[in-house]
Write a protein that binds this ligand. Structure first.
Ligand code: TPP
Ligand code: MG
Length: 369
C-alpha cells in the first residue's frame, strides 16, 4: 500500500518551472526568448503596483483612505501573467490583480476614485474599496465572494467560443479559493467542454490567517488539475520570465482550440491580507523574511541590468514619473465630488417610477441637498 501511495504521489506532483536564477541569469537552454519591450513593460508594471502599495498603505495609516489590499511580493505573478494575454482577451480577477487593470490602461485617477468612492468611481461607491472594474480594458468587475469568478470566467470562455470570438479568458483565483465549490465546478466544466480559458492560481500560501498546510492536503495545487483531466503547470511565481512564458503557452494553446490549462504560480503574500489585518498574530516572521529576500522585482531587475536593458538612471526616472502620477491621482481623488444620491435610482431605472421619485425627494431633503 505504502509503495503504491508513494508512486501515485510522485506521478501527480509536477515540477516547479523556473527560468531566472536568483542573480537574474538565464541558462541558454531555458531562455524563453521574451521580447525586450515585453520584459520592460512587465518591469514597469511591477514597480508601479509596488509604489502604489507603499503610498496607499501610508494613506490608510494616515486615515485618508479606509482600506487597501496589497500585492507586495506577488508582482511577477500578477503582472507577468496578465501581460501574456492579448488586449482582446478578458480578465476575471480575484483579489490581487489590480496591476493588470493598470497595465491595460485603467487611469490611475479612476482607480483611486474607487478607493474614495467618489463620483468618478465606476461603481459609484457601492462596492468595497479595491473592487475595480474596467470594461474598456476587458477587465471584469471583481467579486469579493471567493471563487465565484472562476465559473464566470469559464462561462465567458464558452460564450466567446459559441459566438466565434477569437478570445481567451483568464480566471484568477487564490490558494484559498481552491477550497470553494465553485473552483471544482469550473475546473470540471472547463475541461469537459474544452473552454478557451486559462485558470491562474496565485498560491501566496495564505488565505487571510489560514496557511496552505490547512487549506489542502495535496502536495501541490497544480496537481488538482489531474483529477479533471486538465493540464496543471506549477510555476515559480516570483520569476517573471517563467510566469510570462508558462502563461503565454497556455494562452496560445487555448486560442488554438486545445483546451484550458491550470497554472499554479507559487509566490508569497509578504504583507497582511489587507490594511485591516495584522499577520504578526498568526505567522512566523522568519518565513516572511525568507520570502521578502526572494523579491520578484529585484530578481527581474538583475536580469534586465545584466542584459543592459535597465540601469540606475532609468530607475530614477521611472521613480520620479510614478511619484508624480500617484501624487496627481491622489490629489484628484481627494478633491473628487461625492456620488450624486440620485444615481441610487437613476443607475437602475431609465424612467424613475413615481414612488421612488417621492422616496428620493424625501431622502434629498433629509440630506439637505
Ligand atoms: C465565500 C467567501 N468566504 C469567505 C470570504 C472571506 N475572505 C475574503 S478573502 C479570503 C481569503 C482568500 O484567500 P485566497 O483565495 O488564498 O486569496 P488571497 O487573499 O491570498 O489573495 C476570505 C476567506 C469571502 N470573501 N468569500
Ligand atoms: Mg492566498
Amino acid at each position: 500500500m505504502g509503495t503504491v501511495r508513494t508512486r501515485a504521489k510522485e506521478a501527480a506532483t509536477p515540477e516547479l518551472y523556473t527560468v531566472l536564477g536568483d542573480d537574474g541569469s538565464v541558462a541558454p537552454d531555458r531562455d524563453p526568448g521574451i521580447p525586450e519591450e515585453t520584459l520592460l513593460r512587465i518591469y514597469r508594471g511591477m514597480v508601479t503596483i509596488r509604489k502604489l502599495d507603499e503610498r496607499m498603505l501610508l494613506m490608510q495609516r494616515q486615515g485618508r483612505i479606509g482600506f487597501w489590499g496589497p500585492t507586495k511580493g506577488q508582482e511577477a505573478a500578477t503582472i507577468a501573467s496578465g501581460a501574456a494575454f492579448e488586449e482582446r482577451d478578458w480578465i476575471f480577477p480575484a483579489l490581487r490583480e489590480a496591476g493588470i487593470a493598470l497595465d491595460r490602461g485603467l487611469p490611475l485617477e479612476v482607480m483611486l476614485a474607487q478607493i474614495f468612492g467618489n463620483a468618478n468611481d465606476r461603481t459609484h461607491g457601492r462596492q468595497m474599496p479595491c473592487h475595480y472594474t474596467f470594461r474598456e480594458g476587458n477587465f471584469h468587475a471583481m467579486s469579493s465572494v471567493i471563487g465565484t469568478q472562476v465559473p464566470h470566467a469559464v462561462g465567458a470562455a464558452m460564450a466567446a467560443r459559441i459566438k466565434g470570438d477569437d478570445v481567451v479568458v483568464a480566471g484568477y483565483l487564490g490558494d484559498g479559493a481552491t477550497s470553494s465549490s465553485d473552483f471544482h465546478v469550473a475546473m470540471n466544466f472547463a475541461q469537459v467542454y474544452r473552454a478557451p480559458c486559462v485558470l491562474v492560481c496565485q498560491n501566496n500560501q495564505w488565505a487571510i490567517s489560514v496557511p496552505l498546510s490547512q487549506q489542502t492536503a495535496s502536495e501541490t495545487i497544480a496537481q488538482k488539475a489531474v483529477a479533471y483531466g486538465m493540464e496543471g503547470v506549477r510555476v515559480d511565481g516570483n520569476d517573471a520570465l517563467a510566469v510570462y512564458a508558462a502563461t503565454r503557452r497556455a494562452v496560445e494553446k487555448a486560442r488554438a482550440g486545445d483546451g484550458p490549462t491550470f497554472l499554479e504560480l507559487l509566490t508569497y503574500r509578504v504583507l497582511g491580507h489587507s490594511s485591516s489585518d495584522d499577520p504578526t498574530r498568526y505567522r512566523n516572521e522568519d518565513e516572511v523574511k525568507e520570502w521578502t529576500e526572494k523579491d520578484p522585482i529585484v530578481r527581474l531587475r538583475r536580469h534586465l541590468d545584466g542584459r543592459g536593458l535597465w540601469d540606475d538612471a532609468k530607475e530614477e526616472e521611472l521613480d520620479g514619473e510614478l511619484q508624480g502620477r500617484i501624487a496627481r491621482a491622489i490629489r484628484d481623488a481627494e478633491a473628487g465630488a461625492p456620488v450624486d444620491p440620485e444615481t441610487l435610482i437613476t443607475d437602475v431605472y431609465a424612467e424613475v417610477p413615481p414612488h421612488l421619485r417621492e422616496q428620493l425627494d424625501r431622502t434629498l431633503r433629509d440630506l439637505g441637498a
